[in-house]
Structure formats: C-alpha cells, structure tokens
Ligand binder design. Structure first.
Ligand SMILES: [Zn+2]
Length: 219
C-alpha cells in the first residue's frame, strides 16, 4: 500500500538530506540521528579512501581488505575498490533523500534481524510496500529502530545502500551478507570477483578500516 510521507530536511557537512518518514509514524529522533549517521558515513569513507592505497597499506587495513574482498590487495583490485568508494562518497556529498520506516513494515517478507541491508533473496530484488525498489533506484532505505538505537549499524547500512544507489553494487544472499557482528560472511562461497561487486563487502570494509585505525568507530 502506498503511504504518505513527510520529509524533514537536515544537513550533514553542508549536504542537504531529505529524511522521509511515514505520516503519523514520524519520530523526532530520526532526523537528528540522520545528521550524525550521514556525517559519519562521509568521514568513514574519506578516511577509508586515504588508507586504501597501492603502497604501504597498514597491516590492519590489509587484513580488513582480505576479510571483505577475499583476496590479497593488489594494484588492479585496489583501484576498482577505490573507484567504488569514491563514487559512493561523491553520491553522498550531493543532495539526496533517505526513506526511514519501520523494517517489519517495509520489508514484510524479508526476514531481517539487523534491519535494512537485506535486499536480494534468491536473486529477486525486494520492493518495499510502496512498490519502491529497495536498492539501486530511488531513496536510500533505512530502518527506524536501527536509526534510533544502533548508530554503527545505521552507518553500515547507509553505506551499503549508498553503494547500490551510486555505484551499482550487488547482493549475493547469505554468501554476500556479513553477520551483524562483522566476524564473517553468513555463508561461504562468495568469489573474490563477486566480493569486489558486493555491497556488504564495502560497508564492512569501511567499518573494519575505522576499527583498525581507531579501535572504535566515531559517530
Ligand atoms: Zn543490498
């Protein structure tokens, strides 16, 4: 069913972001948190790009790269990864909109325990109840409770979505999704070639790079 949305405009480092919530279900904390989530995503991507380089990559960053992209970094793949990160960051630095709604509502038939990153089930791209495609086109989608209660996961999800939206990445079911604790992929089987196209590989690579640099994430 089509819902009515109301939008609140926020700014993150000067970037205008329209935060859309279902009329009657809006939460005042959501736009405030979106400012922090969007600003963190920009700064994580920027910091990650500075560390993703062909020479003298730090051991912790190299380990994050191997974990997420399933191969030892070399010049060709580093350039491919950098290109996706840049395209994503540039997309997030221009005005865009974000649809924030309750995950159970938005992804009724997509069982999700960490809200918002699961888009592709058995090769079928999921649509939300408004009929909007969750990935690649239209707004970036985020889950209300994640935005309210789990800022690190919200930033990871936002980056995941942004790589779809701006850099045309894919999902590969359980083989492509990281466990929510970030330790590993949910199922084995992703190839190194697929990993360089996999949305969650980028989201978790950026997150793991921040952990490698700072021991924690700053939001
Ligand atoms: Zn996805």
């Amino acid at each position: 069913m089509k819902r009515m949305y109301a939008s609140t405009t926020v700014r993150a480092n000067g970037v205008e972001i329209k935060v859309r919530q279902v009329v009657g279900f809006g939460n005042r904390q959501v736009p405030r948190n979106m400012t922090r989530i969007a600003a963190a995503a920009q700064s994580w991507l920027q910091a990650c790009l500075a560390e993703t380089k062909t020479r003298d990559m730090r051991p912790g960053v190299t380990a994050a790269y191997q974990k997420c992209f399933l191969h030892t970094p070399g010049p060709i793949s580093i350039n491919a990864v950098r290109s996706t990160l840049w395209t994503t960051l540039n997309g997030l630095r221009a005005a865009h909109s974000v649809k924030v709604r309750n995950d159970d509502d938005a992804y009724g038939y997509v069982k999700s325990y960490y809200g918002g990153r699961r888009h592709l089930i058995n090769g079928v791209r999921a649509f939300d109840e408004d009929g909007d495609q969750v990935a690649r086109k239209g707004d970036i989608h985020l889950d209300t409770s994640t935005v309210k209660n789990d800022l690190p996961m919200a930033v990871i999800t936002y980056i995941h979505e942004a790589t779809h939206r701006f850099a045309n990445t894919n999902d590969y079911d359980q083989r492509g999704y990281f466990r929510s604790d970030g330790t590993d992929f949910e199922s084995p089987g992703l190839t190194a070639f697929q990993a360089v196209l996999n949305a969650d590989s980028y989201a978790y690579y950026v997150h793991k790079t921040m952990i490698a640099l700072h021991g924690q994430v700053i939001i």
